[in-house]
Design a protein around this ligand. Structure first.
Ligand code: AG3
Length: 268
């Protein structure tokens, strides 16, 4: 039996026993790999980092999408930046949205996901979806229209995704949308990143929310999300049926932060 490991920190690896390496390639942007593993089913890796697994990916995708979708009064135009595996897209399409724009820099992520992760990526065939293979920051900056929600489903904030956590990007997002949500790394391992990032978000979205979810295959298993809001929001709508993690009550609870996180984020 073979094993592969993600190096989560210089001192920590998470290893998976796998049946088969289904795909491996280097694109101009990154290395893409898909493994079939014993515990977690199929796993998509970008540059050696776990993006999603068949078994726990629903937690991440539901928590990235449904809190913000629940707050929207108008759900006509939604943008997903990154998200080439289709996991977020699948959740967004559960609502009667008019158009969803997926802006993924690497065309091969979509193609490989369609082939090996069809449980997620079949959503690309929906007529409401428009896919752009472009840099998300540039794409958004050049669009003249406005959106109801911008979702950032990125890799870690190093390399190509770094820009998606920058001041310039946040300014552009705030010009195009009232509501915004992103994944924001592990509050256990990267709390200083989260603290700095939250300060930046607050400049453009004065009512930000931080919330957490438990994602076993991400570094430390404890994961954070930041939602940028221009104003306070009402009670979220009921989600579509059939979800496996998110409920509005769970979302409320997910905003109650452990002391060590809360202190780092909010004490002077
Ligand atoms: N977005 C990635 C989260 C980062 C995980 N980091 C890591 N494993 N080091 C996932 C994209 C799934 N649609």
């Amino acid at each position: 039996m073979n094993w592969f490991c993600e190096e989560q920190t210089p001192g920590l690896k998470l290893c998976f026993k796998y049946r088969e390496l289904l795909h491996s390639e280097e694109t101009p942007y990154q290395k893409i790999e898909v493994y079939d593993t014993e515990e977690y089913g199929r796993i998509l890796l970008l540059d050696g980092k776990v993006m999603l697994t068949e078994k726990d990916g629903f937690i991440y995708h539901e928590m990235l999408v449904h809190p913000a979708m629940g707050y929207l009064k108008k759900r006509e135009k939604v943008v997903i930046i990154g998200g080439g595996d289709g996991g977020c897209l699948k959740e967004v399409l559960k609502y009667p949205v008019k158009e969803v724009y997926v802006v993924e820099i690497d065309r091969r992520v979509v193609e490989v996901s369609k082939k090996y992760l069809s449980f997620l990526a079949s959503s690309f065939d929906d007529p409401r979806v428009k896919v752009f293979y472009e840099d998300g920051y540039k794409w958004l900056k050049e669009r003249e229209d406005k959106f109801d929600l911008v979702i950032v489903d990125s890799t870690d904030p190093v390399g190509p995704a770094e820009i998606l956590f920058s001041d310039e990007f946040l300014r552009v997002v705030s010009e195009k949308s009232f509501l915004y949500v992103t994944q924001s790394e592990s509050p256990f391992l990267h709390v200083d990143f989260l603290r700095d990032f939250l300060k930046r978000v607050k400049k453009y979205f004065p009512y930000p929310l931080v919330y957490l979810a438990w994602i076993p295959t991400y570094p430390s298993g404890m994961w954070s999300f930041v939602m940028g809001r221009k104003r306070d929001t009402d009670i979220p709508d009921s989600p579509p049926p059939g979800l496996r993690y998110y409920t509005p009550r769970l979302f409320e609870a997910s905003r109650v932060l452990p002391v060590f996180v809360w202190k780092r984020l909010y004490s002077p």
